[in-house]
Design a protein around this ligand. Structure first.
Ligand code: ADP
Length: 245
């Protein structure tokens, strides 16, 4: 395989990507809050071809009881890829990757939540990837914070996430699967945007210091745009409720 050819395809000399985006452009994003009826909160997100649904249950009495924490709610997450979400057949048993993402997503959400307001309860967040085209942990986090907000869990801020990466030695925003697979690096970032605090930062690949700074600048730009969409989706959800009353 000719790597140069592959690199050229990923990013043209004019800085145009395989799907026609510029380096600092997000994919098309759609968010909706309140898409399921049998849970406390739910949200759906499409980011390019990535499609994820999130359901939140709780806070509810911890079961089994020995799990209960005396001073706060226990936050549990589950990141799961539907068997039809990838082109390869995925084993129904949780993979190592799903177990890792379950943990990093919980750690990205937890700093935003006022869990101390619900001692001895559990809050469950189910993240179901319906279609994967990269960026599923970040889109999952963005949708999960919407579902948690709909469930009425008090929070310091929403959490908003996006991945940036390196193609052809340039930093780009919001990788799709082809870019994630053939690119030189990818770096998911989650933030509480109003508080300007990072709750998740991972890096797969190598970046120079300047590339890291540029990556964070691009991530912030994407996060600010996604945050606006989150707020719009929440407003649309509660406008519906008010109109129905
Ligand atoms: P993220 O989805 O957060 O970017 P990864 O970097 O691990 O996480 O995965 C990148 C992408 O690779 C996924 O979004 C998905 O499109 C694809 N992928 C991951 N696991 C599988 C798998 N088991 N089979 C096929 N594609 C996969």
């Amino acid at each position: 395989m000719n790597i140069m050819v592959e690199k050229q395809l990923l990013l043209s000399a004019e800085g145009i990507r395989i799907d026609g985006r510029r380096v600092d452009e997000l994919r098309q994003v759609k968010m909706e809050v309140g898409v399921l009826k049998n849970c406390s909160g739910s949200a759906y997100i499409e980011q390019g071809k990535t499609k994820i649904i999130v359901a939140v249950h709780g806070p509810r009495e911890a079961h089994p009881k020995h799990l209960a924490l005396p001073d706060r709610a226990l936050l549990r997450t589950r990141y799961h890829m539907a068997p039809f979400s990838t082109d390869e057949r995925k084993s129904p048993a949780p993979t190592r990757r799903e177990i890792e993402l379950t943990k990093v997503i919980r750690e990205a959400l937890e700093p935003a939540l006022l869990l101390e307001e619900f001692p001895k309860t559990t809050i469950d967040v189910f993240i179901e990837v319906l279609q994967a085209d990269a960026g599923t942990r970040s889109a999952g986090i963005t949708a999960a914070s919407l579902a948690l907000a709909e469930a009425g869990i008090p929070m310091r801020d929403l959490v908003t996430a996006v991945a940036v990466g390196k193609l052809n030695d340039r930093m780009v925003l919001d990788l799709n699967e082809e870019e994630d697979e053939h690119g030189q690096a990818d770096m998911p970032v989650a933030m509480m945007p109003s508080l300007n605090k990072i709750t998740l930062l991972q890096l797969n690949g190598r970046l120079t210091r300047d590339e890291l700074i540029e990556g964070l600048r691009l991530a912030k730009k994407g996060i600010v745009a996604l945050y606006e969409k989150q707020k719009q989706a929440l407003k649309a959800r509660f406008k519906q409720t008010l109109e129905a009353e």
